[in-house]
Design a protein around this ligand. Structure first.
Ligand code: ATP
Length: 324
């Protein structure tokens, strides 16, 4: 293998830049050429490539987002689109590809491999932490710290005014951000897509909380929670059924995706980038790099994209006990 390409695709996450830097520097260390592909699969189809060297990635380890830009590319979902993309890879003499992204990006990489036998290795870059085969995805640690920081601030105003806050966090399909940040920020209740605790339980919990003398309450709601109500509807519901509370809503939104990566994400990205390049050199393909018990592991991408990581039941129990 002589030349490796790297791209970021799908939703961006903090730590992607640190992973790009790691792939580029590992190539330099191993005396391989390295090509950056801009705008994910769209840039692959269009030949938006740039040669990289160790100095091309100076001062990016600390930056959120991705210097290579990310894109969603419909054309790559078609065999014709992938044919064009593959032609660009061949034209540029590229022998292997590192894809930093989520499930959709990995599915695209697998198809490229199926159709053209092109070597691909994935690095899981998503704040959702929902990919099988790794305890942590790149960006999750940064995102939960961002959320905890925001909730700490909301709590200051909540307790000054004896308010109840519904705070919406990202998580359409999974509640990992909600559960971890909720426990970390001491939320009263955490509503996640994996469990439907019902609205009665929420009201009971809020009543108990008020009766026990708590002056303010924070309820974390993942976007995809199963109550069937969004945060604004939850506010109305509680105001109607439990008029003892002054209720407010805060939707954290895209701030959760941004910001400088935590040290944890930077170290993880650096390790995963080395492993990805080494795996391609060893002739491996169709694997995703993950981490478990602090060891880097490879999982077939076909396994990694099969399902979302299950919620941590032990942490759910801890959260229940903490909200007593
Ligand atoms: P996230 O969910 O964290 O935003 P993702 O990688 O899952 O990240 P997607 O938007 O699902 O993001 O996918 C990114 C790109 O991967 C798509 O725009 C498309 O180009 C490619 N892709 C996704 N699914 C497929 C597929 N089934 N076949 C071919 N390419 C795909």
């Amino acid at each position: 293998i002589k030349k490796i390409a790297v791209l970021t695709s799908g939703g961006d996450s903090p730590g992607m830049n640190a992973a790009i830097r790691s792939v580029v520097r590992t190539c330099a260390y191993m005396k391989l050429e390295c090509i950056a592909i801009y705008r994910g699969y769209q840039g692959m189809i269009e030949g938006d490539f740039k040669e990289m060297n160790a100095r091309s990635v100076n001062n990016i380890i600390n930056k959120g987002g991705t210097i290579l830009k990310s894109a969603r590319c419909e054309e790559f979902r078609t065999p014709e689109g992938r044919q064009k993309a593959h032609a660009q890879l061949l034209k540029n003499n590229i022998d292997g590809l590192v894809v930093i992204g989520g499930n959709g990006s990995f599915t695209g990489a697998l198809k490229l491999n199926d159709e053209f036998n092109f070597p691909v290795i994935g690095i899981p870059g998503t704040i959702d932490n929902d990919i099988l085969g790794t305890t942590y995805t790149l960006g999750f640690d940064t995102a939960i710290n961002t959320v905890v920081d925001a909730i700490d601030k909301i709590r200051d105003t909540a307790s000054s005014h004896n308010r109840l806050f519904f705070v919406e966090v990202m998580g359409r399909d999974v509640g990992h951000i909600a559960l971890n940040a909720g426990v970390g920020a001491g939320a009263e209740e955490i509503l996640i897509p994996e469990q439907n605790l019902g609205l009665d339980r929420l009201l009971d919990s809020l009543k108990r909380s008020k009766a026990s003398g708590k002056s303010s309450s924070i309820v974390i709601v993942a976007e995809g929670d199963k109550t069937g109500k969004n945060v604004f509807e939850l506010k109305e519901y509680v105001e109607e059924h439990l008029p003892i509370y002054d209720v407010r809503v805060s939707v954290l939104g895209h701030m959760q995706r941004g910001g400088n990566p935590t040290c944890f994400d930077r170290v993880l990205a650096s390790r995963m980038g080395v492993k990805a390049v080494e795996s391609l050199i060893e002739g491996k393909s169709n694997y995703m790099v993950g981490i478990r018990d602090n060891q880097l592991i490879l999982t077939p991408i076909s396994e990694a994209i099969k399902a979302h990581t299950a919620i941590d039941e032990e942490l759910v129990r801890v959260s229940d006990i903490m909200s007593t």
